[in-house]
Design a protein around this ligand. Structure first.
Ligand code: GN1
Ligand code: MG
Length: 369
């Protein structure tokens, strides 16, 4: 299946198919209706309503096997991590995470007759999510729940999780992939993006600093979420962070990447593909405060000293990934209009520059907390 432009309309045939897939799981409610849902870039997601009025319903996802070739390993990671969080909630704190539902086979996914994999999750209501950050309180709440996610998994043996996408946040790998797609020029777009390629080449040296430092004084490998965007958190009506979702990329990783990715996504009032994307110091302050309140006790000196740099690293990494996908003809991320990946790349590079302009202020914020 090629994930290209995402369509919101639904045909009767599709509803029948979704109903059939839904029936392959051990559910409690009878299928009523389905609609397309969410703004993730990878899987195709459906919201299922049931006939039972009080039932919150389910989230059904067609799994993207091009991105995650081993569905069973992804689901095993998710199950182990969600179980651990449920069993080890400290001080009565509930780490709310979206839990998968077993299929009739007992596995946590179902393979259809076209060899596509599907999985079902209990829906968390009201499940409000934000693609852009409305204010500092939401940014603070987001940081607190991602911080508590890492803290809640700090006694989980990270090395026992599957590395479902090897080198996921490796700048070395992502840069090499970019160089390869430039060389191949599969979509004939390389000549449109001279400026972006130049920027990617200029900045890579500075961004290697985090991986290089981790060689001389190792950063702890922890269980990290690895996709800590603002819209992977569900909020309640009072804008309190209620749950962390999208656990596909939970793997062994560096805490800095989770912090950096959250700042990239939530310390910017504009969208991920918006040319007005710019770094906001007040939002950064709110995020750093929320995150450190949950993780300060765990942090090593090395981690603390790189917190202020990590958002630039993640904005750079996402920028080069979006650029590579644009050059490759938009085959990885879902796009909603032509050129969206290039706009995403430009927005991330812009964000990175605006982070660099106030780097000293960011360091001061971290020191002051
Ligand atoms: C993808 O699935 P979604 O939209 O939450 C991507 C992340 C990127 C993000 C950019 C498996 O996440 O790495 O940061 O898009 N996930 C994967 O918006 O590649
Ligand atoms: Mg997501």
């Amino acid at each position: 299946m090629v994930l290209s432009l995402w369509r919101m309309t639904v045909t009767t045939e599709e509803i029948h198919k979704i109903n059939h897939i839904y029936n392959q799981f051990r559910t409690e409610g009878r299928f009523r209706n389905a609609k397309r849902f969410g703004s993730g870039h990878i899987h195709q997601t459906w919201l299922i309503d049931t006939k039972e009025e009080q039932h919150p319903g389910y989230i059904l996802q067609e799994f993207n096997k091009q991105v995650f070739p081993q569905t069973d390993k992804v689901m095993e990671n998710i199950l182990r991590v969600t179980q651990h969080l449920r069993q080890h909630s400290e001080h009565g704190k509930i780490y709310n995470v979206a839990e998968p539902v077993a299929a009739n086979s007992g596995e946590y996914y179902y393979t259809d007759d076209q060899n596509n994999d599907w999985r079902l999750f209990h829906r968390i209501t009201p499940g409000i999510s934000f693609d852009t950050v409305p204010d500092e309180t939401v940014a603070y709440e987001a940081a607190k729940i991602y911080g508590s996610f890492i803290a809640g998994l700090s006694n989980f043996p990270a090395e026992t999780l599957h590395e479902v996408i090897p080198g996921f946040h490796s700048v070395e790998l992502r840069y090499r992939q970019l160089m390869d797609v430039i060389e191949a020029d599969a979509a004939g777009r390389v000549s449109d993006v001279d400026e972006e390629i130049r920027f990617a080449k200029e900045q890579v040296g500075a961004m290697r600093k985090i991986p290089e430092l981790s060689e001389s004084s190792p950063l702890p490998v922890r269980v990290t979420h690895n996709d800590t965007k603002l819209n992977n958190i569900l909020f309640d009506e009072k804008n309190r962070a209620a749950a962390v979702v999208d656990l596909d990329t939970v793997m062994p990783g560096y805490l800095l990447y989770d912090f950096g990715d959250l700042v990239r996504s939530a310390a910017n009032r504009a969208g991920e593909d918006d040319k007005h994307a710019a770094f906001s110091l007040p939002l950064f302050h709110a995020i750093a405060k929320g995150f450190l309140e949950e993780t300060a006790v765990l942090l090593t000196d090395e981690e603390r000293s790189l917190l202020a740099l990590s958002p630039q690293y993640m904005a750079y990494l996402m920028g080069i990934r979006f650029l590579a996908d644009y050059l490759n003809g938009d085959t990885y991320y879902t796009t909603h209009y032509h050129g969206q990946n290039l706009n995403r790349c430009r927005a991330q590079f812009g964000l990175m520059k605006s982070m660099g302009d106030v780097f000293d202020e960011c360091e001061a914020v971290i020191k002051g907390i």
